[in-house]
Design a protein around this ligand. Structure first.
Ligand code: AMP
Length: 288
Protein backbone atom coordinates (compact mmCIF):
# COMPACT_ATOMS: atom_id res chain seq x y z
CA UNK A 1 0.00 0.00 0.00
CA UNK A 2 1.20 3.55 -0.63
CA UNK A 3 1.20 6.23 2.00
CA UNK A 4 -0.77 9.38 1.19
CA UNK A 5 1.34 12.54 0.84
CA UNK A 6 1.66 14.64 3.99
CA UNK A 7 -1.20 17.05 4.55
CA UNK A 8 -0.37 20.56 3.33
CA UNK A 9 -2.06 22.09 6.30
CA UNK A 10 -3.81 20.60 9.27
CA UNK A 11 -7.27 21.74 10.30
CA UNK A 12 -8.18 22.03 13.97
CA UNK A 13 -11.71 21.65 15.31
CA UNK A 14 -12.68 22.43 18.89
CA UNK A 15 -16.47 22.19 18.73
CA UNK A 16 -19.01 20.07 16.86
CA UNK A 17 -20.02 22.62 14.18
CA UNK A 18 -16.33 23.08 13.29
CA UNK A 19 -15.76 19.32 13.29
CA UNK A 20 -18.73 18.74 10.97
CA UNK A 21 -17.49 21.47 8.61
CA UNK A 22 -13.98 20.06 8.51
CA UNK A 23 -15.15 16.45 8.08
CA UNK A 24 -17.38 17.55 5.18
CA UNK A 25 -14.38 19.29 3.61
CA UNK A 26 -12.25 16.15 4.06
CA UNK A 27 -14.97 14.01 2.52
CA UNK A 28 -14.97 16.17 -0.61
CA UNK A 29 -11.37 15.28 -1.32
CA UNK A 30 -10.87 11.93 0.43
CA UNK A 31 -12.77 8.71 -0.20
CA UNK A 32 -11.99 7.31 3.24
CA UNK A 33 -11.27 8.68 6.70
CA UNK A 34 -9.30 7.04 9.52
CA UNK A 35 -9.55 8.09 13.15
CA UNK A 36 -6.84 7.71 15.81
CA UNK A 37 -8.29 8.41 19.27
CA UNK A 38 -5.71 9.61 21.84
CA UNK A 39 -5.44 11.44 25.13
CA UNK A 40 -2.50 13.49 23.86
CA UNK A 41 1.03 13.82 25.29
CA UNK A 42 1.90 12.07 22.06
CA UNK A 43 4.83 9.67 21.75
CA UNK A 44 6.12 7.33 19.06
CA UNK A 45 3.46 4.75 19.93
CA UNK A 46 0.75 7.22 18.92
CA UNK A 47 2.72 8.24 15.82
CA UNK A 48 2.96 4.60 14.72
CA UNK A 49 -0.84 4.41 14.80
CA UNK A 50 -1.08 7.57 12.71
CA UNK A 51 1.29 6.00 10.16
CA UNK A 52 -1.00 2.94 10.02
CA UNK A 53 -4.02 5.23 9.63
CA UNK A 54 -2.38 6.99 6.69
CA UNK A 55 -1.89 3.65 4.98
CA UNK A 56 -5.47 2.62 5.64
CA UNK A 57 -7.35 5.74 4.53
CA UNK A 58 -6.96 8.88 2.42
CA UNK A 59 -7.50 11.28 5.30
CA UNK A 60 -6.54 11.02 8.97
CA UNK A 61 -8.30 12.55 11.95
CA UNK A 62 -6.59 12.42 15.35
CA UNK A 63 -8.60 13.21 18.46
CA UNK A 64 -6.96 14.47 21.62
CA UNK A 65 -9.26 14.29 24.59
CA UNK A 66 -8.42 13.49 28.20
CA UNK A 67 -11.72 11.80 28.91
CA UNK A 68 -12.92 12.51 32.46
CA UNK A 69 -15.48 9.69 32.20
CA UNK A 70 -12.78 7.01 32.16
CA UNK A 71 -10.92 8.27 35.24
CA UNK A 72 -11.96 7.13 38.74
CA UNK A 73 -12.36 9.69 41.53
CA UNK A 74 -8.97 8.77 43.04
CA UNK A 75 -7.15 8.63 39.69
CA UNK A 76 -4.76 11.00 37.94
CA UNK A 77 -7.13 13.09 35.76
CA UNK A 78 -5.83 16.42 37.08
CA UNK A 79 -2.18 15.57 36.60
CA UNK A 80 -2.54 13.64 33.32
CA UNK A 81 0.14 15.18 31.02
CA UNK A 82 -1.11 17.81 28.59
CA UNK A 83 0.98 19.43 25.86
CA UNK A 84 -1.28 20.85 23.18
CA UNK A 85 1.39 22.86 21.40
CA UNK A 86 3.84 19.96 21.21
CA UNK A 87 1.08 17.57 20.16
CA UNK A 88 -0.14 19.82 17.33
CA UNK A 89 3.41 20.15 16.00
CA UNK A 90 3.82 16.35 16.13
CA UNK A 91 0.50 15.85 14.35
CA UNK A 92 1.44 18.29 11.59
CA UNK A 93 4.75 16.50 11.08
CA UNK A 94 2.98 13.12 11.03
CA UNK A 95 0.65 14.18 8.21
CA UNK A 96 -2.56 14.39 10.21
CA UNK A 97 -5.33 16.18 8.26
CA UNK A 98 -7.61 17.16 11.11
CA UNK A 99 -7.04 17.45 14.85
CA UNK A 100 -10.22 17.09 16.93
CA UNK A 101 -9.77 18.78 20.31
CA UNK A 102 -13.09 18.86 22.15
CA UNK A 103 -13.33 20.22 25.68
CA UNK A 104 -15.14 18.14 28.35
CA UNK A 105 -18.11 20.54 27.99
CA UNK A 106 -18.26 19.92 24.23
CA UNK A 107 -18.04 16.15 24.71
CA UNK A 108 -20.45 16.00 27.66
CA UNK A 109 -22.79 18.98 27.64
CA UNK A 110 -24.81 19.49 30.82
CA UNK A 111 -27.54 16.87 31.03
CA UNK A 112 -25.59 14.16 29.15
CA UNK A 113 -27.16 10.93 30.36
CA UNK A 114 -26.21 8.15 27.93
CA UNK A 115 -23.32 5.77 28.40
CA UNK A 116 -22.22 2.57 26.69
CA UNK A 117 -21.48 -0.51 28.77
CA UNK A 118 -19.81 -3.54 27.23
CA UNK A 119 -20.80 -6.23 29.72
CA UNK A 120 -18.48 -9.13 30.47
CA UNK A 121 -15.32 -7.92 28.75
CA UNK A 122 -15.25 -4.76 30.88
CA UNK A 123 -15.44 -6.64 34.18
CA UNK A 124 -12.13 -8.49 34.77
CA UNK A 125 -8.52 -7.27 34.99
CA UNK A 126 -8.50 -3.49 34.46
CA UNK A 127 -12.24 -3.50 35.23
CA UNK A 128 -11.53 -4.77 38.76
CA UNK A 129 -8.82 -2.17 39.34
CA UNK A 130 -10.68 0.69 37.67
CA UNK A 131 -14.45 0.28 38.09
CA UNK A 132 -16.33 2.26 35.43
CA UNK A 133 -13.18 2.79 33.35
CA UNK A 134 -14.36 0.88 30.29
CA UNK A 135 -17.81 2.49 30.45
CA UNK A 136 -15.97 5.78 30.00
CA UNK A 137 -13.78 4.40 27.22
CA UNK A 138 -16.67 2.76 25.34
CA UNK A 139 -18.85 5.86 25.66
CA UNK A 140 -16.22 8.28 24.40
CA UNK A 141 -15.19 5.98 21.55
CA UNK A 142 -18.82 5.51 20.46
CA UNK A 143 -19.18 9.31 20.44
CA UNK A 144 -15.90 9.82 18.54
CA UNK A 145 -16.96 7.23 15.93
CA UNK A 146 -20.34 8.96 15.46
CA UNK A 147 -18.90 12.48 15.52
CA UNK A 148 -16.28 11.77 12.86
CA UNK A 149 -18.10 9.14 10.79
CA UNK A 150 -14.69 7.51 10.28
CA UNK A 151 -14.39 4.39 8.12
CA UNK A 152 -11.46 3.02 10.14
CA UNK A 153 -10.27 3.55 13.70
CA UNK A 154 -6.78 2.60 14.85
CA UNK A 155 -5.97 1.38 18.36
CA UNK A 156 -2.79 0.11 19.99
CA UNK A 157 -2.27 -3.44 21.21
CA UNK A 158 -0.64 -1.84 24.26
CA UNK A 159 -4.11 -1.53 25.81
CA UNK A 160 -5.24 -5.06 25.00
CA UNK A 161 -8.44 -5.15 27.03
CA UNK A 162 -9.48 -1.76 25.65
CA UNK A 163 -9.04 -3.10 22.13
CA UNK A 164 -11.20 -6.15 22.97
CA UNK A 165 -13.91 -3.95 24.51
CA UNK A 166 -14.00 -1.57 21.52
CA UNK A 167 -14.09 -4.40 18.97
CA UNK A 168 -17.01 -5.98 20.84
CA UNK A 169 -18.85 -2.65 21.02
CA UNK A 170 -18.43 -1.99 17.28
CA UNK A 171 -19.79 -5.47 16.50
CA UNK A 172 -22.67 -5.27 18.98
CA UNK A 173 -23.83 -1.80 17.89
CA UNK A 174 -23.32 -2.47 14.14
CA UNK A 175 -21.10 0.60 13.88
CA UNK A 176 -19.97 0.73 10.23
CA UNK A 177 -16.28 1.12 11.03
CA UNK A 178 -13.27 -1.17 10.80
CA UNK A 179 -10.90 -1.46 13.76
CA UNK A 180 -7.21 -1.71 12.97
CA UNK A 181 -4.62 -2.51 15.63
CA UNK A 182 -1.01 -1.45 15.84
CA UNK A 183 1.79 -3.26 17.67
CA UNK A 184 3.21 -1.86 20.92
CA UNK A 185 6.11 0.57 20.46
CA UNK A 186 8.83 0.13 23.04
CA UNK A 187 11.82 1.97 24.46
CA UNK A 188 15.24 0.41 23.75
CA UNK A 189 15.10 -1.52 27.07
CA UNK A 190 11.68 -2.95 26.18
CA UNK A 191 9.44 -0.70 28.29
CA UNK A 192 6.18 -0.02 26.43
CA UNK A 193 5.92 3.68 25.58
CA UNK A 194 3.27 5.50 27.57
CA UNK A 195 2.37 9.11 28.27
CA UNK A 196 2.59 8.32 31.99
CA UNK A 197 6.21 7.04 31.85
CA UNK A 198 7.40 10.64 32.32
CA UNK A 199 6.23 10.40 35.94
CA UNK A 200 8.77 7.66 36.73
CA UNK A 201 11.79 8.83 38.75
CA UNK A 202 15.17 7.81 37.25
CA UNK A 203 15.38 4.89 39.71
CA UNK A 204 11.83 3.79 38.91
CA UNK A 205 12.49 4.15 35.19
CA UNK A 206 15.46 1.78 35.53
CA UNK A 207 13.37 -0.69 37.57
CA UNK A 208 10.54 -0.57 35.00
CA UNK A 209 12.56 -2.58 32.47
CA UNK A 210 11.97 -5.64 34.66
CA UNK A 211 8.34 -5.71 33.51
CA UNK A 212 8.89 -6.35 29.77
CA UNK A 213 11.87 -8.61 30.55
CA UNK A 214 9.70 -10.74 32.84
CA UNK A 215 6.88 -10.81 30.29
CA UNK A 216 9.25 -12.01 27.57
CA UNK A 217 10.65 -14.78 29.79
CA UNK A 218 7.25 -15.98 30.94
CA UNK A 219 5.85 -15.87 27.40
CA UNK A 220 8.76 -17.97 26.13
CA UNK A 221 8.21 -20.58 28.85
CA UNK A 222 4.45 -20.65 28.20
CA UNK A 223 5.06 -21.08 24.48
CA UNK A 224 7.14 -24.11 25.37
CA UNK A 225 4.10 -25.60 27.09
CA UNK A 226 4.83 -24.94 30.79
CA UNK A 227 1.73 -24.76 33.07
CA UNK A 228 0.74 -21.15 33.68
CA UNK A 229 -0.08 -20.93 37.40
CA UNK A 230 3.34 -21.70 38.98
CA UNK A 231 5.16 -19.67 36.30
CA UNK A 232 2.94 -16.66 36.91
CA UNK A 233 3.27 -16.89 40.69
CA UNK A 234 7.05 -17.00 40.46
CA UNK A 235 7.08 -14.09 38.02
CA UNK A 236 4.87 -11.97 40.30
CA UNK A 237 7.28 -12.65 43.17
CA UNK A 238 10.18 -11.52 40.95
CA UNK A 239 8.36 -8.32 40.06
CA UNK A 240 7.76 -7.62 43.77
CA UNK A 241 11.43 -8.18 44.53
CA UNK A 242 12.24 -5.65 41.83
CA UNK A 243 10.06 -3.02 43.50
CA UNK A 244 6.94 -3.39 41.32
CA UNK A 245 3.50 -4.11 42.76
CA UNK A 246 1.59 -6.32 40.32
CA UNK A 247 -2.20 -5.84 40.15
CA UNK A 248 -2.48 -8.89 37.91
CA UNK A 249 -0.34 -11.09 35.67
CA UNK A 250 -2.42 -13.59 33.73
CA UNK A 251 -2.59 -15.79 30.66
CA UNK A 252 -5.89 -15.16 28.90
CA UNK A 253 -7.70 -16.05 25.71
CA UNK A 254 -7.02 -13.03 23.50
CA UNK A 255 -10.58 -12.20 22.53
CA UNK A 256 -12.70 -13.26 25.52
CA UNK A 257 -10.02 -12.40 28.14
CA UNK A 258 -10.88 -15.62 29.97
CA UNK A 259 -8.05 -17.07 32.01
CA UNK A 260 -6.17 -20.03 30.51
CA UNK A 261 -4.20 -22.74 32.32
CA UNK A 262 -1.69 -23.15 29.52
CA UNK A 263 -0.96 -21.68 26.10
CA UNK A 264 -2.58 -23.36 23.12
CA UNK A 265 0.33 -23.18 20.74
CA UNK A 266 -1.63 -21.18 18.15
CA UNK A 267 -0.69 -17.63 19.25
CA UNK A 268 -4.25 -16.73 20.33
CA UNK A 269 -3.40 -16.49 24.03
CA UNK A 270 -2.21 -13.25 25.58
CA UNK A 271 -0.06 -12.65 28.60
CA UNK A 272 -1.40 -9.49 30.27
CA UNK A 273 0.07 -7.54 33.15
CA UNK A 274 -0.54 -4.40 35.18
CA UNK A 275 1.87 -3.34 37.90
CA UNK A 276 2.35 -0.24 39.99
CA UNK A 277 5.68 1.47 40.30
CA UNK A 278 5.67 4.52 42.55
CA UNK A 279 2.59 6.47 41.47
CA UNK A 280 2.52 5.05 37.94
CA UNK A 281 0.58 2.01 36.72
CA UNK A 282 2.37 0.16 33.93
CA UNK A 283 0.35 -1.96 31.48
CA UNK A 284 1.77 -4.40 29.02
CA UNK A 285 0.95 -7.63 27.17
CA UNK A 286 2.47 -10.13 24.76
CA UNK A 287 1.09 -12.71 22.39
CA UNK A 288 1.79 -16.28 23.50
P1 AMP B 1 -3.71 7.01 25.01
O1 AMP B 1 -3.33 8.37 24.52
O2 AMP B 1 -2.79 6.47 26.05
O3 AMP B 1 -5.16 6.90 25.37
O4 AMP B 1 -3.51 6.03 23.78
C1 AMP B 1 -4.09 6.30 22.53
C2 AMP B 1 -3.88 5.11 21.63
O5 AMP B 1 -2.48 4.86 21.50
C3 AMP B 1 -4.50 3.82 22.18
O6 AMP B 1 -5.06 3.08 21.10
C4 AMP B 1 -3.31 3.12 22.78
O7 AMP B 1 -3.46 1.72 22.83
C5 AMP B 1 -2.22 3.52 21.81
N1 AMP B 1 -0.91 3.38 22.41
C6 AMP B 1 -0.49 3.83 23.63
N2 AMP B 1 0.78 3.47 23.86
C7 AMP B 1 1.19 2.79 22.76
C8 AMP B 1 2.43 2.16 22.39
N3 AMP B 1 3.49 2.15 23.20
N4 AMP B 1 2.50 1.55 21.17
C9 AMP B 1 1.42 1.55 20.34
N5 AMP B 1 0.24 2.13 20.64
C10 AMP B 1 0.13 2.73 21.83
Amino acid sequence: MTTAPAALSMAIARDLPALRREIAALRRRAASVALVPTMGALHDGHLSLIALARQAAEAVVVSIFVNPLQFGASEDLARYPRDEEGDLAALRAAGCDLAWLPTPEVMYPPGSATTVEVAGLSAPWEGVQRPGHFRGVATVCAKLFLQTGADVAVFGEKDWQQLAVIRRMVRDLDIPLRILRGPTMREPDGLAMSSRNRFLSPAERAAAALLPATLREVAAALRAGVAAAPMLQAAEARLRQGGLVPDYLALVEGETLQELEAARGDGTARLIVAARLGTVRLLDNLSV
